[in-house]
Ligand binder design. Structure first.
Ligand SMILES: Cc1cc2nc3c(=O)[nH]c(=O)nc-3n(C[C@H](O)[C@H](O)[C@H](O)COP(=O)(O)OP(=O)(O)OC[C@H]3O[C@@H](n4cnc5c(N)ncnc54)[C@H](O)[C@@H]3O)c2cc1C
Length: 546
């Protein structure tokens, strides 16, 4: 008879309060004026960490959505059928306000509180975050242009800001709530949207007709998408409803769903528009500028979401190592494994401060220099944190040994998920080119960034050297596109290190600076190459509170 529970298998991580166990998150939330949200975040952390929520996440990803092109009578319906777990997760998330809270209830710290909600959600399930992000990011764009068209202001804004989930396929004014997606990428180009060939023409009464296609069109079940299309004045941005006001379906044909590496709970599609009804958002010819406001917020969510994935991976690995014994010692007590785990914990805390710092820069009451610096830091952080999530999930998986590779724990899912944040909304090279563009064209942003970094100066020699070299690179008049990844990485590391120096314990900041900014040849190498003497025990105690 074999004794149960089996010896040396760690207890479930499920049941852990994802907020209460994260000391650094509580610190960052407090520092960025969102302490008023602590009780709500603790409740959200308990809900997300509960075994039943993990089970929903698992079910939603094992049972990918399917396309239903026709009803039984042969009528085109272009619907996507989701597993009930998807709807349950969407219900939970929309009730929490992840898709709208800072716009619905603006106050100091509202963006940071919402970012913390999103960060916690990212640690459990990521597919559902796609329509939540796009809705969140669309609201400022809709609000800015609401006065221009009555079709936009009244039916849409109150519904995208409702704390409700209503998946019914109905005209917007018959619904309790609405979700918004975005359609930019076409077959011939995603990064270079100026190559879009989908076109739009006015149709009277403020309405336009759009014809063409989109090669990636995520969450096609959304109630509307912000879509780019060519007009006689250049690219325009349009709000394209799924259902026309008269209740008939708009001419959006879903051709097929993408068979994706990860993000499998979510539907991403290819679509064609056949004279689809849409309303212009902003001036015709100003489409890129209009949608760029949305992209600023979707990029923010890529950073927060990836930071959440790094956290999920690091916490799972540490939990496992605290409970698994090899060669007579707990894994966490083996010096080499402690270095791997501490390195992951440092990456996680750095990503957290970067993400919440960017959310802080989006607050309605953020000062001008903070906003200016974010124009450089947002693309740099999107580049760096999304890339690090790919490496961190692989390393965390290995810390669990063979169990890490098995689908019964979520690490394989996070590993598959991680690259998408790096690809969409500006792939790696594109965001690095954006860092360079902002640096070249916006000297006030460079000044603001360097002034912010200077506030952390004098405490760490490696940091000071790094910032001096970075200043030289940022102020260099020569544009060498081949160097842009180096600069984006240097910006992200500097901003993360500055936040750790100013707000985290010294043992965290010192270890981060020594491992990431020193020039001993190991910076950016595999995890686990921290210098000897690093305070691994204290770093790990902080990383996951019991
Ligand atoms: C799961 C998923 C969901 C998506 N959902 C949506 C959606 O809802 N709506 C939407 O509009 N799009 C969506 N996308 C598309 C995504 O935004 C694009 O794939 C992305 O912008 C890249 O465009 P592309 O695929 O055309 O690649 P390309 O533009 O061809 O780029 C290919 C590679 O070349 C690099 N590159 C391009 N130009 C340069 C340059 N000048 N210098 C150096 N390198 C360069 C890019 O960084 C990239 O690595 C989604 C993608 C995925 C994977």
């Amino acid at each position: 008879m074999i004794a149960t529970p089996f010896p040396n298998q760690p207890p479930p991580y499920e049941g852990c309060n994802l907020y209460a166990s994260d000391v650094a998150l509580g610190d960052a939330v407090g520092h960025y004026d969102a302490a008023w949200a602590a009780a709500q975040l603790a409740a959200w952390g308990a809900t997300l960490g509960a075994p039943q929520t993990w089970a929903l996440a698992d079910a939603a990803n094992r049972n990918a959505p399917t396309l239903r092109s026709f009803d039984p009578g042969g009528e085109r319906i272009d619907e996507v059928a989701f597993h009930p777990a998807w709807h349950d997760l969407m219900r939970l998330a929309t009730a929490s306000g992840e898709h709208c809270a800072p716009w619905r209830s603006p106050r100091s710290g509202a963006q940071v509180a919402r970012a913390a909600m999103y960060y916690l959600h990212a640690q459990v399930e990521n597919g559902t975050q796609c329509p939540l992000t796009m809705t969140y990011a669309s609201i400022p764009v809709l609000a800015r242009h609401a006065g221009e068209l009555p079709q936009v202001a009244d039916p849409w804004l109150p519904r995208v800001m409702a704390l409700d989930y209503d998946p019914r396929v109905l005209p917007v004014d018959a619904k309790r709530s609405a979700l918004i997606g975005m359609g930019m990428t076409e077959r011939q180009g995603g990064s270079d949207v100026r190559a879009n060939i989908t076109h739009a023409a006015p149709d009277g009464d403020g309405a336009w007709r759009v014809s063409g296609h989109k090669w990636f069109f995520s969450a096609p079940q959304c109630d509307a998408h912000l879509v780019l299309a060519q007009t006689s004045a250049g690219l325009g941005c349009f709000l394209m409803p799924r259902v026309r006001p008269d209740g008939t379906r708009n001419a959006i044909r879903i051709l097929r769903l993408k068979d994706k590496l990860g993000n499998r709970s979510n539907a991403s599609s290819e679509v064609e528009f056949a004279d689809a009804l849409a309303w212009p958002i902003g001036a015709a010819g100003r489409g890129i500028a209009t949608i760029l406001e949305m992209v600023q917020y979707t990029r923010l969510d890529c950073v927060i979401g990836s930071a959440g994935i790094v956290r999920a991976a690091a916490a799972r690995a540490l939990h496992h190592a605290r409970h698994r014994t090899t060669f007579g010692r707990r894994l966490v007590d083996h010096p080499l494994m402690a270095h791997v785990l501490a390195d992951l914990a440092l990456e996680s805390e750095a990503a957290l401060w970067l993400a919440l710092g960017l959310a802080h820069a989006c607050e309605a009451d953020a000062d001008a220099p903070t906003r200016a610096a974010a124009r450089i830091v947002t693309p740099a952080a999107k580049y760096w944190v999304c890339k690090r999530a790919i490496a961190a999930t692989a390393e965390a998986m290995e810390a669990l040994g063979g169990n890490g590779y098995v689908e019964e724990n979520p690490l394989p899912r996070f590993y598959r998920e991680a690259p998408v944040n790096s690809i969409w909304e500006g792939s790696g090279n594109i965001v690095c080119l954006d860092v360079a563009r902002a640096t070249r064209k916006e000297p006030d942003a460079v000044d603001a960034l360097l002034a912010a970094l200077a506030q952390a100066g004098g405490a760490n020699a490696a940091f000071d050297r790094h910032c001096a070299a970075l200043e030289g690179a940022l102020r260099c008049a020569d544009d060498d596109p081949a160097a842009n990844r180096r600069i984006a990485q240097a910006v992200a590391l500097a901003v993360a290190a500055a936040a750790l120096i100013r707000h985290a314990p010294d043992f965290v900041a010192d270890a981060y600076c020594a491992s990431r900014l020193a020039s001993d040849g190991y910076a950016g190498a595999a995890f686990g190459t921290l210098q000897s003497g690093v305070a691994t025990r204290r770093i790990l105690e902080r990383a996951l509170a019991d």
